[in-house]
Design a protein around this ligand. Structure first.
Ligand code: SAM
Length: 224
């Protein structure tokens, strides 16, 4: 599915989130503290937006790895990184969130945006992220979550389960099923409190979250 949509992913994101996705990402990146000569990992980086936002926080000699399971999404990310002249500082490489393949205690910071909802085994992915982080490192997870107001949940359900599939079939003439998958994956992903429990069970401490846009999206912040 991500292979089919990679070329239009950024445009779709902007249209379907009414342009909000970039400010959500900017706020998420702001939770990564500035680290001189830091090393950061962005898991499920896709078109590399979060990797690009985190890069300036790693100092002049910092390094960022943008990892993703999907080759087509990574190729788009690699292009964007090159357009920013940052190929020397941000490396795009293929890796599964559940088997990251880096040594223990490698990264000062890890981010992930809208990826955890897609992984096959969430506790394993979160455990892997914790494993590759240095003790004291900060993990920031940006993901769809549960709207906090009843009226917003009603509106959001109508948007997700009625309007979005309609746009998918009638406007975008989609055949990948992405417009059905997106709301279904959001609905089955753990809510704010449950995700806190999963992060704690993986070994993270000082786990907290901040709701954005009424909880449509949440940023979870945790320390190894
Ligand atoms: C919705 S996109 C998010 C991309 C980007 N982080 C963003 O915020 O725009 C989800 C990304 O997660 C990747 N992904 C899905 N399952 C994965 C897994 N098990 N391991 C690594 N990446 C995965 C997909 O290939 C896709 O690029």
């Amino acid at each position: 599915m991500f292979t089919a949509i990679a070329g239009v992913y950024d445009l779709n994101n902007t249209l379907l989130s009414f342009g909000l996705h970039y400010s959500w990402k900017k706020i998420a990146a702001s939770y990564i503290p500035p680290i001189e000569e830091g090393t950061a990992l962005d898991v499920g980086s896709g078109t590399a937006d979060l990797a690009l936002l985190v890069e300036p926080r790693m100092g002049a000699k910092g390094r960022v790895i943008a990892s993703d399971l999907n080759h087509a999404m990574l190729a788009e990310g690699r292009k964007k990184v090159a357009d920013h002249g940052l190929s020397g500082k941000i490396t795009c490489l293929q890796a599964s969130a559940e088997h990251l393949g880096f040594p223990d205690n490698t990264f000062d910071a890890v981010t992930t945006g809208f990826c955890m909802r897609n992984v096959g085994n969430l506790p394993q992915a979160v455990g892997e992220i914790c494993r590759v982080m240095k003790p004291g490192g900060r993990f920031v997870c940006l993901e769809f979550s549960r709207p906090v107001f009843g009226w917003l949940r009603t509106l959001y359900d109508w948007y997700s389960f009625t309007l979005l599939p309609w746009i998918g079939t009638k406007v975008a003439r989609d055949t990948t099923g992405v417009y059905e998958y997106l709301p279904a994956s959001i609905r089955t992903f753990p809510d704010q409190e449950r995700l806190c429990e999963i992060l704690r069970a993986a070994g993270f401490q000082h786990v907290e979250y901040r709701n954005l846009t009424g909880g449509i999206v949440a940023i979870h912040i945790a320390t190894k």
